[in-house]
Design a protein around this ligand. Structure first.
Ligand code: NAD
Length: 355
C-alpha cells in the first residue's frame, strides 16, 4: 500500500479582504473553478495570525474542490476564513462587509455557512451578493436548512458498503462506535438503530449522549474510551484529526467511516490504517450530503434531485475503494487521485466538464 505520487493542485486565487469599519479580516481562497463556481463555507474562528488563516483556508478549499468533484456537483472548491474580531462588533455589519467582498469576485466564489457561522449570517451576506447559500429555509419541503440528516444518510449508505466489503455482514450484525452525537451523529445513530445495528456512543455533552442512548438503546462509553470500544465500525462524528500516529494503534474496529471532516491528521495515517487492515472510508467521499444540500439550494434543484445524488454516495465510495484495491493505494489516496483527475480533465476541456 502506497501514498499517491501526484501532487496537490495549487489554488487559482487567494484574496485577503479587510474592512476597517466592520472589523472584517478574512481570506477567501478560490481553489478551483474548473467544474463551476468555487463553493465552500465561511468559517469564523479565533485565528492567531494570517499565516494560520491562510494555511487553514488553503487546506479547506482544496478539500472542497475534491469533495465537490467526487460528489458529481457542477461546482469547484473554495473557502473563506474570517478572524473573529477581538473587540465588540456588529455581526450583521461584519457579514455585510464579507458579502461585498464575495460580490467583488463576480461569482467565482460561492459562500455558505460553516463552523462559527449561521444561516442568519448568510442572510446578512445575501443583502450584498447573490453568491451565497445556506440561507434560513422558508416554507417546508424545500432543500436548504439543516444539512445534517442528508450528511448522515450518505454516511449510513457508505457504512453499509464498508460492512459488506470488509466485515462481510450487514449492519444489523455489526456494532458501531459513534464519537460525537451532535447533529450528524445523532441522526446517524437513529438510522443505524433502525437498521438493527448495536451502538456504543460517546460525547463530551452528557445531555446529548443520554438522549441518543435513550432513543436507541446505545451503550455509553467514556470520551477517552470510544476509540478503543469493542466495535466493528468506528464512526468519527465530532472532530477532525482523530486518526493520528498515536491513536491508530488503539482502534479495535476494522472499519472507520464517519462524518467528521479531515479525520486523518496526516496522509501517513491513512497508510497506518491500511497497514493495520482497517478499511477507511474517505471522509469527503462519505460526508458530501451537506454540500449536496447546499448546492441543491443554490442551483434550484428539487429535493428529489438532491436525494438521488446523495443515494449515489454508495456507488461513489465503491469506485474509490475499487481503485484503491486495483492500484495498491490507500483509500484516501485513491479518492484524491480520482478527484484530481476529474478537475484536471475539466481544466483541459471546460466544455466537456459543462456537458
Ligand atoms: P455538532 O457540533 O452538531 O456535533 C458534534 C458533537 O461532537 C457535539 O455533540 C460535541 O459535543 C461532540 N464532541 C466534541 N468534542 C468531542 C470529543 N472529544 N469526543 C466526543 N464528542 C465530542 O456537529 P455536526 O454538524 O454533527 O458535525 C459533526 C462533524 O461532521 C464535524 O466534524 C463536521 O465538520 C462534520 N460534517 C458535518 C456536516 C453537516 O451536515 N453537519 C457535513 C459534513 C461534515
Amino acid at each position: 500500500m502506497t501514498l499517491d505520487t501526484d501532487h496537490a493542485l495549487p489554488p487559482e486565487d487567494v484574496r485577503i479582504v479587510r474592512d476597517e469599519a466592520s472589523g472584517l479580516d478574512a481570506i477567501i481562497v478560490v481553489h478551483s473553478t474548473a467544474l463551476g463556481p468555487a463553493a465552500g463555507g465561511c468559517r469564523l474562528w479565533s485565528y492567531a495570525d494570517r499565516t494560520a488563516m491562510a494555511a487553514d483556508a488553503c487546506r479547506l478549499a482544496e478539500g472542497m474542490s475534491y469533495k465537490n468533484a467526487l460528489a458529481g456537483l457542477p461546482l469547484g472548491g473554495g473557502k473563506a476564513v474570517m478572524r473573529a474580531p477581538d473587540r465588540a462588533f456588529d455581526r450583521r455589519g461584519l457579514f455585510r462587509a464579507f458579502g461585498r467582498a464575495v460580490e467583488k469576485l463576480k461569482g467565482s466564489y460561492l459562500t455558505a455557512e460553516d463552523v462559527g457561522t449561521t444561516p442568519e449570517d448568510m442572510a446578512a451576506v445575501a443583502l450584498e451578493t447573490r453568491y451565497v447559500a445556506g440561507l434560513p429555509v422558508r416554507g417546508s419541503g424545500l432543500v436548504g436548512g439543516d444539512p445534517s440528516p442528508w450528511t448522515a444518510r450518505g454516511v449510513f449508505l457508505s457504512m453499509q458498503v464498508t460492512a459488506e466489503r470488509r466485515l462481510e455482514r450487514p449492519l444489523k450484525d455489526c456494532t458501531v462506535a459513534i464519537q460525537g452525537v451532535g447533529h450528524v451523529g445523532a441522526a446517524l445513530a437513529g438510522m443505524l438503530h433502525g437498521a438493527g445495528a448495536r451502538l456504543i456512543v460517546a460525547d463530551v455533552n452528557s445531555a446529548a449522549v443520554s438522549r441518543v442512548a435513550v432513543a436507541t438503546g446505545a451503550t455509553v462509553a467514556s470520551v477517552g474510551g470510544i476509540l478503543s470500544a469493542e466495535a466493528e465500525i468506528f464512526a468519527p462524528c465530532a472532530l477532525g484529526a482523530v486518526i493520528r500516529h498515536d491513536t491508530v494503534g488503539k482502534l479495535r474496529a476494522r472499519v472507520v467511516c464517519g462524518a467528521a471532516n479531515n479525520q486523518l491528521a496526516d496522509a501517513e495515517d491513512g497508510l497506518r490504517l491500511a497497514d493495520r487492515g482497517i478499511l477507511y472510508a474517505p471522509d469527503y467521499v462519505v460526508n458530501a450530503g451537506g454540500i449536496i444540500n447546499v448546492a441543491a439550494e443554490y442551483l434550484g434543484w428539487t429535493p428529489s434531485g438532491a436525494a438521488a445524488l446523495i443515494e449515489g454516495t454508495a456507488d461513489r465510495l465503491v469506485r474509490v475503494l475499487d481503485l484503491a484495491e486495483a492500484a495498491g493505494l490507500a483509500p484516501h489516496a485513491a479518492a484524491n487521485r480520482l478527484a484530481r483527475q476529474k478537475i484536471a480533465a475539466a481544466r483541459s476541456s471546460p466544455l466537456a466538464a459543462a456537458a
